[in-house]
Structures are given as structure tokens and as C-alpha cells.
Write a protein that binds this ligand. Structure first.
Ligand code: SF4
Ligand code: SF4
Length: 374
């Protein structure tokens, strides 16, 4: 049977509009009652990358989270809210406050869970690789992932499959980056984690997305859509199409397809709701280092001295908070008087510094040849 993906218009984040659109999204998939039953523990996992206000389009919008919590409560189930924000924990409470997740918890009575203090279970893939997954993800009867549609300078797009990376608490995320420095290898890690934590349902906030050099330093981009599916890979195929990526360009999707975790092509997906061919979609600006992924692997070493993109710091923006330095998995950032300094010897271009800088002070510096490539 084909995988179904629901596409619903939602003009803005006003609560009434979001509530209606969320309900319609679930109805397109047979209703939330197909997935959730009375008294079940339902983990709702938004994308809480960092402590940003919802207007920055970095995190899943609180209206979307609230609407899903309330739908779960209507069925007599118990909603729990949790995620592990990016990087070392500087206080998850600040993330909950700034992203307005704490407000949702106050409005609905849903319990907030800090994955960092809930413990982990080891889980092993069929290939024998063990990952340490936050207990609430595996203890829940049902997992509903609330992804946010954004570009990403490492994985090109962050959507449904990548959202489950937040099931890994704290510092271990950096360790996984270090173990898999190449984008393709890291995509394999993401798919492994997704396969071990597979959500029952994913709803994607694509009302205001992010384009450019996401997932934190890009620009908000309005698309006015909510996407939903019980098949996260199918959802990512549709999301990539909306953003304007080519077929087979998103590594996590290709690897998931190779592992039979989702449909092989867009043609195997049944769209319910809006027709993508008639929707007026915005033109997304894709990550400025996207061209690097198109260089064949055997040529990468050859061209590396000439064609490179690496993180650097914009002096005027940096407040010397050292978040980048604390979260660099290879210790390639050193403290400085006015701002940290990069030592590129061991840098693996994981872009964690770019992703986690609260000031958009880390930018992608390019060699002169890289600048000429569009
Ligand atoms: S570059 Fe960003 S994260 Fe790093 S010290 Fe400056 S402001 Fe903080
Ligand atoms: S300097 Fe930045 S891109 Fe390089 S390894 Fe450290 S966090 Fe990753």
C-alpha cells in the first residue's frame, strides 16, 4: 500500500487556524484515534534546537504543539513533551521558556521532560551499532514527532527523519558527529537513530519554514502548510520537493530508502489534501554550501585545497559567549579575548558551531573558487 502524506493549508499561527489545520491533517490519515488510545502515554517531540523565540522559525511553533497536545487529551491519553536541544545543556528551562514550550505546558497541563535527566537505554541496529536513546522516547506507547521544515548546512534539509536525532541526550550528539565526520556517514547515523525510534506519526510545521543557511542562521520563509504522515520518509520526500531539492539529493532519504524504511519514490506516495502541482509554493534559497555535496567522493580530497567552505566568526556579532567552543566535538575552537579562534586542523565541518551560535555570528567562509560556484 502507498504511504499517505497529508498536505493542509494553514495561513498563520493563530490558534484557531492551527487547531483546525491540525485536526484536518489527522483526519486525512484516518483520525488521531487510529494511533492513540485512552490512557496511553504519548510522547510529543517538537524540534527544540535552541532557546529561540518562535518568530525566528528555528523551533516547532508552540501553537502547533498545543493543538496536538489538546487532540491527544481529547482521546483521554496522557501527553508528555520532550526533546534534547542541540549542544551541551546550558539549562533546558531557558529553552522551554524562550521557545514558549513552558507556556504550552502551563496552558494544557502536559508534563515537560528534560531528556538529559531521564536516563538512556542502549539500542542496537541490525548492523550491530549501539545508540543511547532517551528513555521517554522508548517508554512511550506512542511517539508523535513535530518536525520543523528548515534547510541545514550539513544535511541540506532538516525534517522528519532528522527530528529524531533529538532522542539522543546532551553530549552524545557531538560524539556521533565526531564518529561520522562526512555528511553521508552522519546521514547514516541519523537514519540508524530514526530506525530505532520510529515515530508513529509525524506532523511537520511548514507554516513558516527556514531557508538559506539553516537550521538556525537562515531566514524565516513562509509556506503556509502543515504536512503529516505515519511514514516520516515519505513526508521528507514531499518536504524536499516543496523546498526544491532534486530527487536523491537528501542523503537521509536515500539511505532510508536503501534500508526499506520508506517509499522508493514520490510516485509511491498518496497525497491527501492540497495538490502540490497547484499550490503556489515559495522559492526556497537552498544552503550556500550545497554544491559541496555534488562533488563525487573520489574528487573530494583532490579539490579540497581549492574548494572549501568553513565556519568563521563575524566580529561585530560575536558576544564571546563560548557556546560554539563548548559544543565543538573536535575542540577546534579556542577561547579568545574578544572572540573565540578557530584551529581548522581537526575541524570536521559538522557545522555545530554555526547551528548553535545564538548571535548568527558564525558564517560560512568560502575559498575564492567556492565563491564562484553557485
Ligand atoms: S561565535 Fe557565537 S557562539 Fe561563538 S562565542 Fe561568538 S556569539 Fe558565542
Ligand atoms: S569548528 Fe565548528 S564545524 Fe569545525 S568541528 Fe568544531 S563545531 Fe564542527
Amino acid at each position: 500500500m502507498n504511504s499517505q502524506v497529508s498536505i493542509v493549508r494553514c495561513d498563520d499561527y493563530s490558534y484557531d487556524n492551527v487547531r483546525t489545520a491540525v485536526k484536518t491533517s489527522f483526519d486525512h490519515l484516518g483520525g488521531l484515534g487510529r494511533f492513540v488510545r485512552k490512557d496511553q502515554k504519548v510522547l510529543i517531540k517538537p524540534n527544540l534546537l535552541s532557546a529561540k523565540d518562535p518568530s525566528r522559525a528555528v523551533t516547532t511553533h508552540p501553537s502547533v504543539v498545543r493543538a496536538v497536545v489538546e487532540e491527544v487529551q481529547k482521546l483521554g491519553a496522557v501527553p508528555l513533551l520532550g526533546d534534547s536541544p542541540g549542544g551541551v545543556d546550558r539549562g533546558v528551562r531557558r529553552v522551554w521558556e524562550n521557545t514558549k514550550l513552558a507556556e504550552v505546558a502551563g496552558q494544557t497541563g502536559a508534563k515537560l521532560l528534560a531528556f538529559e535527566s531521564e536516563g538512556v537505554y542502549p539500542k542496537t541496529t541490525p548492523e550491530g551499532k549501539t545508540y543511547y536513546i532517551a528513555k521517554p522516547v522508548l517508554d512511550a506507547d506512542v511517539v508523535i514527532s513535530l518536525a520543523k521544515l528548515k534547510t541545514h548546512t550539513l544535511t541540506l534539509m532538516t525534517g522528519a527523519v532528522k527530528n529524531m536525532f533529538g532522542s539522543i541526550p546532551g553530549f552524545r550528539k557531538g560524539e556521533y558527529h565526531k564518529e561520522a565526520p562526512k555528511p553521508k556517514d552522519f546521514a547514516r547515523v541519523l537514519v540508524d537513530i530514526f530506525s530505532l525510534t520510529k515515530p508513529h506519526l509525524t506532523l511537520m510545521d511548514a507554516i513558516v519554514c527556514m531557508d538559506g543557511d539553516g537550521p538556525a542562521s537562515g531566514d524565516p520563509k513562509y509556506a503556509g502548510l502543515l504536512l503529516a504522515s505515519s511514514d516520516a520518509v515519505a513526508l521528507d520526500i514531499v518536504a524536499a520537493k516543496i523546498m526544491g531539492f532534486k530527487d536523491k539529493e537528501i542523503d537521509t532519504t536515500v539511505i532510508a530508502q536503501e534500508k526499506n524504511l520508506g517509499p522508493k519514490s514520490y510516485q509511491q506516495i498518496e497525497i491527501r489534501g492540497e495538490d502540490l502541482n497547484t499550490l503556489l509554493l515559495p522559492k526556497f534559497v537552498l544552503p550556500s554550501n550545497r554544491f559541496l555535496n555534488m562533488i563525487p567522493e573520489f574528487m573530494v580530497k583532490l579539490v579540497a585545497p581549492l574548494v572549501w567552505v568553513r565556519p568563521n566568526i563575524l566580529d561585530g556579532n560575536c558576544i564571546n559567549c563560548n557556546i560554539c567552543l563548548e559544543n565543538c566535538p573536535t575542540k577546534s575552537i579556542l577561547p579568545g579575548k574578544k572572540r573565540p579562534q578557530f584551529d581548522y586542523t581537526n575541524c570536521i565541518n559538522c557545522m555545530c558551531c554555526h547551528e548553535l551560535c545564538p548571535q548568527k555570528a558564525v558564517y560560512l567562509e568560502k575559498s575564492w573558487i567556492a565563491k564562484k560556484i553557485k
